[in-house]
Design a binder for this molecule. Structure first.
Ligand code: SF4
Length: 405
């Protein structure tokens, strides 16, 4: 579990009708590194246990081939952020990361000083590599701590303990100006006090960003077969509120459902997802969303590392792609933008989708009537209650969409 955002989208197809062409939005680049030391029992990400040394050379060659194959789709566009996620990207050597960043810079126009995030796990081997990642050009580290409590880390099947997390965080803060810490809450047996102890420990290292995710049981995970006893809904809500109150009191901003930042340190890359920007994803299982002259196109790369690497010679990495039907765009947009505390401008919806704002009218009026959002001065904004119930609101949106003929 990491602060990599999985952009929310609908699957399946509806009758297509083309929206007005729109100017391409900001473009981000995502690179997926699919390997981990071992699979955590709660994880439904595209991650695969590492067996033997990583095939860094073939992997880098495949990433570069995928990038080159995608160049015609993004010609002339500037990249605003790069996120190397996984899996566990910190298993890569600094030399491999350096090679990747050099290949990106040689082929793409990158915004000056753009945010370059790498996800890392707090194993000591990887922590010793942090200075190398920084020298390669990574300027933001996202550390998958999850908890500092040894018992919780064991229950989560993590490979590090609390001391390892503290050591890695100390090194990360020495090397990087911008550090995100991933924490999970509503863990087995957790109380608000225990969750706050994790937050206090994280704050003691002065990170710039915290991602706080509730532990949920996902299908096709080890926890789905043998679920741990989790705190009930009320207790999970109390933990959430305790974390939020503590961070707001410390001057942090709760800018997205799961994301907190010190002022000026919101994650550029993730904001682009939530504001329905474009992204090119390379690496096994990476998703892309690109605004093309004929509409918005989504693509998925082959997810298994072996299948992905075996296609490198042919530069044929796509498992599927489709144009998003205009009918799906309003819900796709809101599933992302309604997660933001600031909501979104009416104009942003029109600019990103090419559809009139009136398309959202009935859904938004329903939410406004329930006191979940406000519609003022050209902006849709969740109320405090709507922000807390964002996931419920998004689920209702999905349900309604699926019920439509
Ligand atoms: S380290 Fe992260 S990506 Fe890898 S298995 Fe665990 S939760 Fe999943």
């Amino acid at each position: 579990m990491t602060d990599r955002v999985i952009p929310i989208r609908l699957m399946g197809s509806m009758p297509a009708s083309a929206p007005r062409p729109v100017a391409p939005p900001p473009l981000a680049l995502y690179v997926h590194v699919p390997w981990c030391v071992r699979k955590c029992p709660y994880c439904d990400f595209n991650s695969h246990p590492q067996r033997g040394p990583l095939p860094e050379g073939p992997f880098l060659a495949a990433l570069i081939a995928a990038l080159e194959a995608a160049l015609p789709d993004i010609w002339g566009r500037r990249v605003v952020s790069l996120f190397i996620g996984g899996g566990t990207p910190s298993l890569l050597s600094p030399q491999a990361v350096d090679g990747l960043l050099a290949a990106v810079r040689a082929r793409l126009s990158c915004a000056p000083g753009m945010e370059i995030t790498l996800e890392a796990n707090p194993g000591t081997v990887e922590a010793a590599r942090f200075a190398g990642f920084r020298a390669a050009g990574v300027n933001r580290l996202s550390l998958g701590v999850q908890s500092f409590a040894d018992g919780q880390l064991r229950a989560l099947g993590r490979i590090h303990d609390g001391d390892g997390a503290r050591r890695a965080l100390a090194i990360a803060r020495k090397v990087f100006d911008r550090v995100n810490v991933d924490l999970m809450y509503a863990l087995p047996g957790q109380t608000p006090e225990l969750a706050l102890a994790d937050v206090e420990t994280a704050l003691a290292f002065d990170p710039t960003h915290l991602s706080c995710y509730e532990l949920t049981i996902e299908p096709n995970t080890a926890f789905a077969h043998q679920p741990p006893a989790l705190p009930d809904e009320d207790c999970a809500a109390d933990i959430h509120d305790a974390i939020e109150s503590r961070l707001l009191a410390a001057g942090w901003e709760h800018y997205e459902v799961s994301a907190y930042a010190r002022p000026g340190h919101a994650c550029t890359h993730n904001l682009n997802y939530w504001r329905f920007g474009d992204y090119l994803g390379i690496g096994p299982g990476a998703h892309s969303k690109l605004t093309m002259p004929d509409g918005i196109r989504r693509a998925l790369r082959h997810p298994h590392p072996d299948a992905y690497l075996s296609r490198a010679g042919k530069s044929d990495f796509l498992q599927s792609q489709h144009r998003v039907p205009a009918e799906d765009l309003p819900v796709e947009f809101m599933l992302n933008a309604l997660r933001l505390a600031d909501g979104f401008e009416f104009e942003l919806f029109e600019a990103r989708t090419g559809l009139p704002f009136a398309t959202l009218q009935s859904d938004l009026e329903g939410f406004a009537a329930q006191g979940l959002i406000t519609l003022n001065e050209g902006r849709v904004r969740p109320t405090a209650r709507g922000f807390r119930l964002a996931n419920t609101m998004l689920a209702a949106l999905l349900d309604r969409r699926h019920q439509q003929p």
